[in-house]
Design a protein around this ligand. Structure first.
Ligand code: ZN
Length: 326
């Protein structure tokens, strides 16, 4: 169990809180997706619950508390998240949580609650939570996690100690990713993951590069009228919609960049440069911008329970028509 290298300064900060006996009642960890916010929160929770913390501040992994946590049955650890993907955290969930907190923690250590993603508390839930923060219970630490801190109530934010995880230095994430992936193109993985190291690692482990290449072939085939957009959409339903939308967006951005003869290193997909270059010659730039706008709008719908078949059909038919206009 180790702390990710780019999180070490933040970890030190958290350890200082414990060492100096000033553990905050509410902590807000913010930062982009794929930087390890939840991992940091979980390590901190484990350390606060552990009865035999190690010198580096990490939990011991063998005490009663650590074993209970590992078995997901620690009575003083609660993780609050939406009940279903795409839904909010509701006021009922927050009320239930608060009523549990009126009881004392079961053990002598702290009690830790992780709320992730905190911005998904709807208005009523956030207000109920704010009331709790005004009169918090003893030995209880709330850890809020968010990639979108501006969506939280300012009155909640102001009551939290803040840990802001910035985009790590590229040298650090590059060498970390090299240690964790074998024979992979680390730069390309990071490009595709828009510099998120954990997402890049997911890509490497799932052999996402070959999947992405297959999807790109299908996308090219649509432009050449060799594959029908509806058939491709049907094939894509079983794949991850956020991955696909990110890829499609980077292909379109790269097409626009190719149009303006920007050099290959500046592309998200430098390995597709030649094929993109051929493609862009026959497409109107106006249509590309329209497709780009459509992709951005549809990305916002990903958090809702959108029909994936319709989503991909709409995008791929727009793409097919764009190639017919010439
Ligand atoms: Zn322990």
């Amino acid at each position: 169990m180790t702390i990710l290298p780019w999180l070490l300064p933040h970890w030190q900060h958290l350890c200082d809180y414990s060492d100096q006996n000033r553990v905050p009642q509410a902590l807000l960890i913010s930062g982009n997706k794929g930087l390890g916010k939840l991992q940091l929160a979980t390590h901190y929770a484990a350390a606060l619950l552990c009865t035999d913390r190690q010198q580096n501040g990490l939990a011991c992994t063998y005490c009663n508390s650590c074993l209970l946590l590992k078995a997901q049955s620690h009575p003083d650890f609660i993780q609050l998240q939406p009940e279903e993907p795409g839904k909010n955290i509701t006021i009922d969930q927050v009320r239930q949580l608060i009523s549990r907190l009126t009881l004392k923690p079961q053990f002598d250590q702290y009690r830790v609650i992780i709320i992730d993603p905190a911005e998904l508390m709807n208005n009523a839930a956030a207000n109920a939570f704010l009331k709790y923060l005004e009169e918090p219970t003893e030995r209880t630490v709330m850890v809020l996690i968010t990639a979108k801190p501006t969506r939280l109530l300012p009155t909640i934010v102001s009551r939290c100690q803040k840990i802001v995880i910035n985009q790590p230095d590229k040298v650090i994430i590059n060498s970390w990713l090299k240690q964790h992936t074998k024979d992979k193109d680390v730069n390309l993985l990071l490009n595709l993951a828009q510099n998120s190291p954990l997402l890049a690692l997911d890509y490497a482990e799932a052999d996402t590069l070959s999947l992405r290449n297959e999807c790109f072939e299908a996308w090219l085939n649509i432009s050449l009228q060799r594959q029908h957009p509806v058939m491709v959409a049907e094939n894509w339903i079983k794949l991850s919609a956020p991955f696909l939308l990110t890829w499609l967006t980077t292909w379109v951005i790269d097409l626009i960049k190719c149009r303006y003869a920007i050099n290959a290193e500046a592309l998200y997909n430098p390995d597709f440069k030649e094929r993109l270059q051929v493609l862009v010659e026959k497409i109107e730039p106006k249509g590309l911008y329209e497709l780009y706008d459509l992709l951005l709008m549809r990305q916002q719908l990903l958090e809702t329970s959108i029909n994936k078949q319709c989503l991909f059909e709409e995008i791929l038919i727009t793409w097919a028509n764009l190639n017919l206009r010439t």
